[in-house]
Ligand binder design. Sequence first.
Ligand SMILES: Cc1cc2nc3c(=O)[nH]c(=O)nc-3n(C[C@H](O)[C@H](O)[C@H](O)COP(=O)(O)OP(=O)(O)OC[C@H]3O[C@@H](n4cnc5c(N)ncnc54)[C@H](O)[C@@H]3O)c2cc1C
Length: 285
Amino acid sequence: MLDCIIIGKGPAGLSAGIYTSMANVKTLIIGKDSLLQKSEKIQNYFGFEEIIDGQQLLQRGIKQAIATGCEILNDMVIAIDILDNGFNIVTAENGSFNTKSILLATGNNRNTVHITNLEKFEGKGISYCTTCDGFFFKNKKVGVIGSTDYTIHEANELLSFTENITILTNGNELKSSGESNNTIKSNKIVSFEGENKLEHIVYDNGEKEQFDGIFIAQDYPTASDFIKKLGLNSKNRLLTINDQFMTNIRGIFAAGDIVNDFKQISTAVGSGANSAKNIIKYCKE
Ligand SMILES: Cc1cc2nc3c(=O)[nH]c(=O)nc-3n(C[C@H](O)[C@H](O)[C@H](O)COP(=O)(O)OP(=O)(O)OC[C@H]3O[C@@H](n4cnc5c(N)ncnc54)[C@H](O)[C@@H]3O)c2cc1C
């Protein structure tokens, strides 16, 4: 049993991990690449008078977190299950872990697809949340767009509502080790079509296929997916936390771009530290 799982290895997650590990809170950080890796020139972060690039800064943070005792996994989290007894299960591509507390430090990125008419049908047949919207497609024909373990996980979740499920890899190779008995279609999708709601999708070979619903489960779940699935309170795409950096679910904390209006390395690091202070207290209670 872990004390804390931090989802995200950007500045917020790493900063929090340094504090929790130094306080002997058994911590595992699970994350993929941070947005910061794209930054070639950082000139406004305290303590670096020379220009440093995002990749270097993150590597230093990762080494520092490991030196303080953090374990770090380069993996994607595909599901979080909140158990009644106050413990939680975090499922990543390469394993599941039990933990007392979770820090969401996932940044504020959203994994979506760039397909004509996406926005037009969001909420009108196109959904990002199987847990919230699966019910509306009982015994209907649905497609799940994506090509990863997360896609298969979401398709399997939909099985309790319908068996008529097609995995739409949208021109990508299916990179999942998960099992699925669903139809798999690999054609590239060019547009969503319909009158007042989604009715069919059009592939790049001109073929049209009827669907009642489409779920986007691209790459891995991001902040907005976790917000919807777990029923976390949010406003204007920012997670709502209390003064202890805890969300409306006990034991689930958040830090970084997912809570900060001013999205910077310094504010992410600061909120990571603040959340860690409260996680330490929570785990030792
Ligand atoms: C091009 C660019 C340049 C920038 N330049 C500057 C600058 O010069 N100065 C500055 O102060 N700020 C800059 N920023 C902003 C800064 O990068 C962000 O504010 C900061 O990285 C936020 O940190 P974070 O830890 O909250 O999130 P992020 O750095 O976005 O990290 C989020 C982490 O969560 C992980 N994650 C998300 N979902 C999952 C999941 N399901 N499973 C596993 N892991 C997951 C991601 O892989 C990543 O590791 C820049 C941003 C960009 C894009």
